[in-house]
Ligand binder design. Structure first.
Ligand code: UD1
Length: 435
């Protein structure tokens, strides 16, 4: 529930990156010691990971902000279907199960409906490392009874997930693996740093060629990197609402493509030091013309809907081309309910800026699209209600609290219906909850 139309002011510290902690939790299954993950966010996908770890015999417990787990005992070889369906990142457990249990039985992963999300590159790479893979319907069986063997493998596309699967497999394989054509996202480097902190031998992460020597891994204490997508969510909200923001725990490089676009649109975005970024905006933005998403270090696909939201009231036309997923802009139909003027044709979203948005009832159907609806609602005049919070909660611990801390009037209601989490309810949110 949002009562929009206010500028945003204040400071925020970015939480730990969802896209880092999820593969790192899976990689912990490769280790035979105690693992402590510092600053673990309270995300739905982290909770799902904890259930999945428990199902494999590696229960994780929360201790304050930390997650503690130990995978020294036997590791299970089956992931229950509901856990596979709950998130795309369940697939990260395939390689660690193969390495530790010698086989893995699972169904194809679920996750946000961003279009077809095959896992053929994961499976092709595992086959190259000696795994036997068979699929029947949506059931997948993989075996590597004699362990995985290091190899040379080229990814036909720099898939983030496939790169991470194959890094984990290679860390447990005999001999050396050379992966080329890999993804270069900061989260890849973070996974490499985690594996190395566990005694792994991973070189080249962050470039398109990663070399990994397999071997035993021990436990460690590790703090994953901050969330660059959450940072971009806050920057886009500040840009359209206007205001002054200071983001801590925010290295500039990972948000640079968005920062450049926002600067072009009329905001002042500054790198203050190695982990602080500021934004000043008067909320009157200029449209950006043609732009597109791409693999890192290009403008991130996850930030596409967020920037689209920021452009809804910009002066002129923005044409945003999505190059990674086929259904990234499902949120555009919901933007229209707020009076936005846009057309989605194939992978291109054309936005003609309108003078003002008005509050509306909307429904999120994926994580970043949902966050984009929140951004637009923060800028809209009047009240908005956004359903589908279960998608948003997969990647934002408390989006209401986060924007509430910047002066927004926003409240969130958790499932089941009557239970309230949060934060600073404005009078209007209180009334809406009572209704
Ligand atoms: C990860 C991120 C997600 C981000 C995406 C792209 C996590 C938990 N999620 O998702 O937020 O939007 O990277 O930066 O880190 N593909 C294949 N075959 C495969 C694997 C992927 O064809 O075996 C295709 C996909 O269909 C998609 C593209 O490659 O079109 C990118 O997918 P990928 O990089 O694997 O994304 P995820 O790892 O799922």
């Amino acid at each position: 529930m949002v009562h929009g139309g206010r500028p945003l002011f204040g400071e925020l510290e970015m939480p730990t990156a969802k896209n880092s902690i999820l593969p790192i939790l899976a990689a912990a299954v490769l280790t035979r010691g105690a693992v402590c993950i510092r600053r673990a966010p309270l995300l739905q996908d982290v909770e799902t990971s904890m259930q999945l770890l428990a199902a494999l015999g590696c229960p994780a417990v929360r201790a304050g902000q930390d997650l503690l787990l130990s995978c020294g005992g036997p590791v299970g070889d089956t992931v229950p279907r509901p856990l596979m369906a709950a998130m795309r990142s369940s697939i990260y457990y395939l390689a660690p199960m193969l390495a530790r249990a010698g086989r893995a039985r699972l169904s194809f992963p679920g996750g946000c409906r961003l279009g077809a999300r095959p896992i053929d590159i994961h499976l092709e790479g595992l086959r190259a490392m000696g795994a036997r893979v068979s699929a029947e319907g949506d059931q997948l069986e993989c075996e590597a009874p004699d362990g995985l063997q290091g190899t040379r493998f080229h990814l036909r596309f720099p898939s983030v997930g496939a790169t991470e699967t194959l890094m984990m497999a290679a860390a447990a394989a005999r001999g050396e693996t050379v992966l080329t054509g890999v993804a270069r996202e900061p989260e890849i480097r973070d996974l490499a740093d985690f594996l190395n902190a566990c005694g792994g031998k991973v070189r080249g992460a962050g470039t398109s060629r990663i070399i990994i020597r397999g071997g035993p891994l021990h436990g460690c204490e590790y703090t994953p990197i901050p969330d660059r997508i959450t940072a971009q969510t806050v920057l886009c909200a500040g840009a359209i609402c206007g205001g002054e923001l200071l983001l801590r725990r925010t290295p500039f490089e990972p948000v640079r493509p968005l920062a450049d676009f926002l600067a072009q649109a009329g905001c002042k975005v500054r790198r203050l030091d190695h982990d602080r970024v500021s934004l000043v905006s008067d909320g009157r933005l200029s449209a950006l013309g043609e732009l597109s998403t791409g693999v890192y270090p290009s403008f991130a696909t996850d930030a596409g809907p967020l920037l689209a939201a920021a452009m809804l009231t910009a002066d002129g036309t923005t044409r945003l081309r999505e190059t990674i997923f086929t259904n990234r802009f499902a949120c555009s139909t919901q933007f229209s309910k707020m009076g936005a003027d846009l057309r989605c044709q194939g992978s291109v979203l054309e936005i003609r800026g309108v003078l003002a948005l008005r509050g509306a009832r909307m429904e999120a159907s994926d994580l970043r699209g949902g966050a984009a609806l929140v951004i637009a609602a923060l800028a809209a005049e009047g009240e908005s209600r956004i359903g589908g919070m279960e998608y948003i909660r997969r990647g934002y611990e408390d989006i209401g609290g986060m924007f509430g801390a910047l002066g927004a009037v926003i409240g969130c209601r958790t499932q089941p219906e009557r239970e309230h989490s949060t934060v600073r309810y404005g009078a209007i949110c209180d009334r809406m909850i009572q209704e």
